[in-house]
Design a protein around this ligand. Structure first.
Ligand code: ADP
Ligand code: MG
Ligand code: MG
Length: 867
C-alpha cells in the first residue's frame, strides 16, 4: 500500500499537493541544512480519504512506526520522561497545499499528561515551565479537539490573574499555573469531554481534528474569497516540540526576508520573549520588532540574517518564516512565500531580478496583474486633513473613509444599506474574516505588523492600521474610546494604512503617483505583449489618465454619460417629449453642440490614437425622473411633469435590459443616430483643421441580426459620403450576434465584444440582481468564480471563439476587440490574448491589462499567486 506518512528526510522530492505548503517548506529547509525540529507528515491524500470515509484504515499503525523513528531522532520517548530526559512532546499542525494562514487548527505540546508534567519539570528543572506548557495544551486541545470555546479558557485565565492581582501571564507562578491546569481539567470533565491522559489517544484525536478543520466555516469562507478549490484537503505535520517559553533566553518570532509592505530589502519581523508561537500569530501580546535583538542578542540577530539570506537563495522569493529560540538555540518552524502588498510585489520582483536572483521574465511573471490597481491607492491629503485622532502601525497601505462597525454582523448590516465600513476590533481572529472582507478599512488596538489583521488585510488589499494601543475597544457594546472621544457604530472615520493615522469624519484623499519601479517592470514586460490595450473612457480626464497609464486608444466611449450631465438633461427630455419634427430637430441641434465639444476634447486627449465611440445604448426612459417623483410633481400642479409622466408611462418596460435600446432605438429614431455620428465626424474635422490627428471609430450596440447592421451602415454611409469614412463596427453582445458573426462581419470593419451583456444573456441573469445568488453559487462550488467578474471561458468563451473564427473567415481584415468589464481582469485578458487584437479596460485597470497580456505572451501558464 502507498505510504501516507513520511519523515522529513523521506519526503524529499514529494509534491506540495501531497505534503501541504507547511510540510513542503519544512522538507526543503531541513534538506538545505537549516535547523528544523524532526517531524513526520501525514499527507493530504490521507485527509481526503478521511473526509470521504470517516476513517483511514492502517493509518495509526503507520503513524506509530514513524513516531518510533522520531523517538530515535530526538532520543526521547513520546509522552514519557526518564530521569534527566524529558518526554517527547509534539505539535500537530495543519498545512494545506495553498497557505490559509490561521484558518485551520494547530495544537502544541501534545503528549503531555499529569505524569509527564512531573517528568518535564524534573528534566527542565523548571516546574513553572512544565505547568505553563500543560495549561497551554489543555486550552488548545480543549478548543480544537473537544470543541470548547477559546474564550472559556481565556476567561478562566483572566479570572486567575485577577485573583492573583497580576497583569501579565508571565507573572503567574508555577503553583498558579498548576491551579489553572486543574481548573481546566475539572471544567472539561464537568462538560462531559474529559481530557485523555494518554499521549497516543491525544495524538490520534488531534490528527483527526486537524483533518476536520479543513471543513470549518472560516476555512470555507477563506477558500471562497481566494478561489481555492474545496477538494485539496490538508496535510498534518507532527513535529517534535522546541520551547520558546523556557525563560528570557527563549522566545518565538516571525520574520520576513524583505518588507511585505514596501518591499525594501531588510530583515523585517517581530519577536516575543519567553513565549510560544501561538502568542505572536494570534496578536494577543504585541511583540517587539526584530531589530531590537541587535541590542540584547546580537549573535541571534546575525544568525537570522544568515537564515534569511539562505532562505531567499533556496526559494528565490521573499520568505515569511516562523522560528523559535530555545535557550539561545534557533529553530525554524515554517517558511513560505510571503504575502505582500502590490507595491512590495513590484519592488521585490524588480530588485530580485537586478540582484540576479531571478530573471527579468520571472520578475514579470511574479507580479499578480490584478493587484496593480492597489499600487494606485489614494492616501490622506495631509495639507487638507485635520489633526489625526490617533496613530497605530501602518499595516496595509491605502486610505479609505467609512462607518465604524465592531462585528461581522455590523459590517453586513451597514454594507447592505450601501454604507462603506471600517471594522474596529481589539484584535482580529479568523472568525472576523467576513467583516474584514466587507470593509474598506481595518483598525485594531492590539497586534503587530505580522498579526492576523495585518497579514489578512494585505492579502485582501484592504487598508489597515493595527496595534493602536491607546484605543479601547468594546465590541459587545459597539463602541471604542480614545482620549475621551467615543466612536460608535455608524460614526464616519478615515483610515490611512500607509501612515497609520486615523481621522474623525471623511477627510480629503489624494491619488497615488505613478511608480518608477512599476514602469521598469512594465518595460521588461512590454516586448512580450501582442494584445493591444485600450481604455474604456467617457470623459477627457479619463482619457488623459488612461493614456498616462499606457492605453493605446479608447475601446469604448459611452455617449449616454454625456447626456446625463445637468445642463443637457433638459434637452434630452425635450427630445423624448418632441411631438413634431421641428421640436425634435431643435432638441437634437442643442445636443449636437454639446456632443461635438465632448468628442473634440476626448479626441484631443487621445490625439493620434483610435477612439471608438458607441452610439446611444440605454433605453430613453432612463433619462426621465423616476415615476414616483413625477407623480409627486404632477400633484403639485407641474404642467411639464404631467407630459413627462405620460411619456414615462408609455416608455416603461418590464425588462429594460432586453428592451427598446441600442441599435433598436437608433434605427427607429434615426435622427439621434445621425446627430451623434455627425457630431463625431464634425469634431474630427475641426481638429484636423487645427492640425491634429484624430482617429474616430463608430460602433452600434446590441445588434442581434445582420439586417440591423446593414441598415445602420446605410445611415452611416450618408454621412461618410459627406465627411469621408471612418471605421464602422458593431458590438457583439447578444448570443445571436455571436452565432451570426459570419454574416455580420462583411458589413463592418471591427467587432467589439461587449462581454457584460454577452455574459448576462448567455447565462440568462442580470448583473443588477445576481448579487442575491451568485456569491452563494460560488460558495457552494456550483460556479468556480463569478462570471460577471472573470470571463467564463467555457460558455461565453465558446461564443467568442466561434464569432472570432467565423468573423475572420468572412472578413479577413476584421479587427477584434473586447470592451466589457472583463477587459481589465487578468485571467480574462490571458484568455483573449491570443484570440483578439485588443482589449479595453477602465483607466486604472489598463496597467493590469498590459501586464496580464505580456504575461500571457511570456508563458501561456497560470499566473503565480502569492498565498
Ligand atoms: P499556523 O498555520 O496557524 O501558522 P502553525 O502550525 O505554524 O500554525 O503553528 C503556529 C505556531 O506554533 C508556529 O508559528 C510556531 O511558533 C508554533 N509551533 C508549531 N510547532 C511547533 C514546535 N514543534 N515547536 C515549537 N513551536 C511550534
Ligand atoms: Mg505558522
Ligand atoms: Mg451592452
Amino acid at each position: 500500500m502507498e505510504s501516507r506518512v513520511f519523515l522529513l528526510s523521506e519526503a524529499q522530492g514529494l509534491s506540495k499537493e501531497l505534503l501541504g505548503g507547511k510540510g513542503y517548506g519544512l522538507v526543503a529547509m531541513s534538506g538545505a541544512g537549516l535547523p528544523v525540529p524532526p517531524a513526520l507528515i501525514v499527507t493530504t491524500e490521507a485527509c481526503r480519504q478521511y473526509l470521504k470515509r470517516g476513517e483511514v484504515p492502517g493509518l495509526w499503525e503507520e503513524v506509530e512506526a514513524k513516531m518510533a523513528a522520531l523517538e530515535g531522532l530526538t532520543g526521547k520517548r513520546f509522552g514519557q520522561g526518564e530521569g534527566k530526559t524529558p518526554p517527547l512532546l509534539v505539535s500537530v499542525r495543519s498545512g494545506a497545499p495553498v497557505s490559509m494562514p490561521g484558518m485551520m487548527d494547530t495544537i502544541l505540546n501534545l503528549g503531555l499528561t499529569l505524569e509527564g508534567v512531573e517528568a518535564l519539570a524534573r528534566a527542565a528543572e523548571n516546574p513553572r515551565f512544565a505547568w505553563d506548557t500543560f495549561r497551554r495544551l489543555l486550552a488548545m486541545y480543549g478548543e480544537v479537539v473537544l470543541g470548547e470555546k477559546a474564550e472559556v479558557f481565556e476567561g478562566m485565565l483572566a479570572a486567575l490573574k485577577a485573583e492573583r492581582r497580576v497583569e501579565a501571564d508571565t507573572a503567574l507562578s508555577a503553583e498558579d499555573l498548576e491551579e489553572l491546569s486543574f481548573r481546566y481539567l475539572r471544567h472539561l470533565e464537568a462538560r462531559g469531554t474529559p481530557f485523555p491522559m494518554d499521549p497516543w489517544a491525544q495524538l490520534f484525536a488531534a490528527i483527526e481534528a486537524v483533518f476536520r478543520s479543513w471543513l470549518n466555516p472560516r476555512a470555507r469562507t477563506y477558500r471562497r474569497i481566494y478561489g481555492i478549490p474545496e477538494d485539496l484537503g490538508t496535510a498534518v505535520v507532527v513535529q517534535a516540540m522546541v520551547y520558546g517559553n523556557l525563560g528570557e533566553d527563549s522566545g518565538t518570532g516571525v520574520g520576513f526576508t524583505r518588507s511585505p509592505v514596501t518591499g525594501e530589502k531588510r530583515l523585517y519581523g517581530e519577536y516575543l520573549r519567553n513565549a510560544q508561537g501561538e502568542d505572536v500569530v494570534a496578536g494577543i501580546r504585541t511583540p517587539e520588532p526584530l531589530e531590537r535583538l541587535q541590542d540584547y542578542a546580537p549573535a541571534l540577530y546575525a544568525e537570522l540574517l544568515e537564515v534569511a539570506e539562505r532562505l531567499e537563495r533556496h526559494f528565490r522569493d521573499m520568505q515569511d518564516f516562523e522560528f523559535t529560540v530555545e535557550k539561545g538555540r534557533l529553530y525554524l518552524l515554517q517558511t513560505r512565500s510571503g504575502k505582500r502588498t502590490a507595491k512590495a510585489a513590484v519592488r521585490i520582483a524588480v530588485e530580485m531580478a537586478e540582484e540576479g536572483l531571478i530573471s527579468k521574465e520571472e520578475a514579470v511573471l511574479r507580479v499578480e496583474a490584478n493587484a496593480l490597481p492597489g499600487l494606485l491607492k489614494p492616501s490622506v491629503d495631509r495639507d487638507k486633513a485635520p489633526k489625526p485622532l490617533l496613530k497605530g502601525l501602518p499595516a496595509s497601505p491605502g486610505a479609505a473613509s467609512g462607518h465604524a462597525v465592531f462585528s461581522n454582523e455590523g459590517a453586513e448590516r451597514l454594507n447592505a444599506q450601501g454604507l462603506p465600513t471600517i471594522l474596529i476590533r481589539p484584535e482580529t481572529t479568523p472568525e472576523d474574516i467576513t467583516g474584514m472582507y466587507l470593509s474598506r478599512g481595518i483598525l485594531t488596538a492590539r497586534g503587530g505588523l505580522t498579526s492576523h489583521a495585518a497579514v489578512v488585510a494585505r492579502g485582501l488589499g484592504v487598508p489597515a492600521v493595527v496595534g493602536a494601543e491607546v484605543l479601547r475597544v468594546y465590541p459587545e457594546e459597539g463602541r471604542a474610546v480614545v482620549d475621551g472621544v467615543e466612536i460608535r457604530e455608524g460614526d464616519l472615520l478615515t483610515l490611512d494604512g500607509s501612515t497609520g493615522e486615523i481621522y474623525l469624519g471623511a477627510v480629503p484623499l489624494v491619488e497615488a503617483e505613478g511608480e518608477a519601479l512599476l514602469q521598469k517592470l512594465l518595460s521588461w514586460a512590454e516586448p512580450f505583449r501582442r494584445l493591444g490595450v485600450r481604455a474604456n473612457a467617457d470623459t477627457p480626464e479619463d482619457a488623459r489618465r488612461a493614456r498616462a497609464f499606457g492605453a493605446e486608444g479608447i475601446g469604448l466611449c459611452r455617449t449616454e454619460h454625456m447626456f446625463f450631465q445637468e445642463e443637457r438633461l433638459p434637452w434630452v427630455r425635450r427630445l423624448i417629449l418632441a411631438q413634431t419634427e421641428e421640436e425634435e430637430r431643435e432638441a437634437l441641434e442643442e445636443l449636437f453642440r454639446f456632443q461635438k465639444e465632448d468628442f473634440k476634447e476626448i479626441l484631443r486627449a487621445m490625439d493620434g490614437l483610435p477612439v471608438t465611440v458607441r452610439l446611444l445604448d440605454p433605453p430613453l426612459h432612463e433619462f426621465l425622473p423616476p415615476l414616483a417623483e413625477l407623480e409627486e410633481a404632477v400633484k403639485a400642479g407641474n404642467g411639464e411633469a404631467a407630459r413627462l409622466l405620460e411619456r414615462a408611462k408609455a416608455l416603461q418596460e418590464a425588462n429594460p435590459m432586453l428592451g427598446f435600446r441600442g441599435v433598436r432605438l437608433l434605427l427607429l429614431r434615426p435622427a439621434i443616430f445621425r446627430m451623434q455620428l455627425k457630431a463625431l465626424l464634425e469634431a474630427a474635422k475641426e481638429l484636423k483643421e487645427e492640425g491634429l490627428d484624430p482617429h474616430p471609430e463608430v460602433m452600434v450596440p446590441l445588434v442581434a441580426d445582420p439586417k440591423e447592421v446593414e441598415r445602420a451602415r446605410l445611415l452611416a454611409e450618408e454621412l461618410f459620403a459627406q465627411y469621408g469614412p471612418i471605421p464602422f463596427g458593431t458590438m457583439i453582445e447578444t448570443p445571436r450576434a455571436a452565432l451570426l458573426a459570419g454574416e455580420i462581419a462583411p458589413l463592418v470593419d471591427f467587432f467589439s465584444f461587449g462581454t457584460n451583456d454577452l455574459t448576462q444573456m448567455t447565462f440568462g441573469l442580470s448583473r443588477d440582481d445576481a448579487g442575491k445568488f451568485l456569491p452563494r453559487y460560488v460558495e457552494e462550488g456550483l460556479f468556480p468564480f463569478d462570471p460577471t467578474e472573470r470571463l467564463d471561458e467555457k460558455g461565453v468563451g465558446k461564443l467568442l471563439r466561434l464569432a472570432v473564427e467565423e468573423g475572420r473567415r468572412a472578413n479577413p481584415r476584421l479587427k477584434l476587440g473586447l470592451c466589457g468589464e472583463h477587459g481589465g481582469e487578468a485571467g480574462s485578458v490571458r484568455f483573449v490574448a491570443e484570440l483578439l487584437d485588443y482589449t479595453s479596460a477602465s483607466p486604472y485597470r489598463v496597467l493590469t491589462a498590459r501586464l496580464a497580456a505580456a504575461q500571457a505572451g511570456l508563458r501561456r501558464a497560470p499566473l503565480p499567486v502569492y498565498r
